[in-house]
Write a protein that binds this ligand. Structure first.
Ligand code: G4P
Ligand code: NA
Ligand code: NA
Length: 194
């Protein structure tokens, strides 16, 4: 998605070897027009899949997930994060390990908001190691629902997540695919192939 790649070039800040800071339009300040365009693009990609629900994890997934839900006119459910959680029968839960932060969180969704007849589209801001998306697919399985696919705003193709979902046969659509950071600059996968 050219609009997004242009915005990453303009406002993204590369931190160290593998982190892109995008707090100008996605992770802190949010650009509503860009989110609207993101939501419409995910709609175009998944509109034939009879999606009944959008799932994400708080907090940075919520903005693109809401924009997507507005295009589909289906509910958005965001998993809540807990440092630790006493198991409750009315919640589906999964453990999500962050390689970046080296911490584990439990993510939880109330059972009443996900059922066996749901066809779910997962939306997230980043795909890095894929742990957040994996946690959501686990929860969708527990509900007996179907994961139709995942829509990712920014994918880093050099981390583990993409391969993991390709191996599992989960359809992943990413609107910007970053192949590398070189000298503090972003190299997109489509330029690398070119
Ligand atoms: P994973 O879900 O792909 O396994 O992510 P990982 O553990 O590697 O990353 C932990 C957190 O860092 C996640 O946010 C993820 O979205 C975010 N992240 C990963 N790579 C980047 C990056 O290059 N730039 C930015 N800005 N964020 C990145 P979180 O802590 O779960 O969520 P939230 O509270 O921000 O929503
Ligand atoms: Na994040
Ligand atoms: Na996220």
């Amino acid at each position: 998605m050219k609009l997004l790649e242009d915005r990453i070039r303009k406002d993204g800040v590369v931190l160290g070897a593998d982190v892109l800071k995008v707090d100008n339009f996605l992770n802190h300040q949010v650009d509503p027009d860009l989110m609207l365009a993101v939501g419409k693009e995910f709609y175009n990609q998944f509109k034939d899949s009879k999606i009944t629900k959008i799932l994400t994890v708080e907090s940075s997934g919520i903005a693109p997930a809401l924009a997507t839900a507005m295009s589909f006119h289906v509910p958005l459910v965001f998993a809540r994060k807990h440092k630790s959680l006493t198991l409750k029968d009315d919640m589906f839960t999964a453990t999500v390990y962050s390689f970046t932060k080296q911490t584990s969180n439990t993510i939880a969704i109330a059972k009443k908001f996900l059922s066996a007849d749901d066809k779910v589209l997962i939306i997230d801001d980043f795909l890095a190691n894929g742990q957040a998306v994996q946690g959501l697919t686990d929860i969708i399985k527990q509900a007996g629902a179907e994961t139709v696919g995942a829509g990712i705003v920014i994918e880093k193709t050099f981390q583990k997540g993409r391969k993991m979902f390709d191996d599992q046969g989960v359809r992943v659509v990413s609107l910007a695919r970053i192949a590398a950071f070189e000298d503090g600059q972003v190299v997109f996968a489509d330029e690398q192939d070119a």
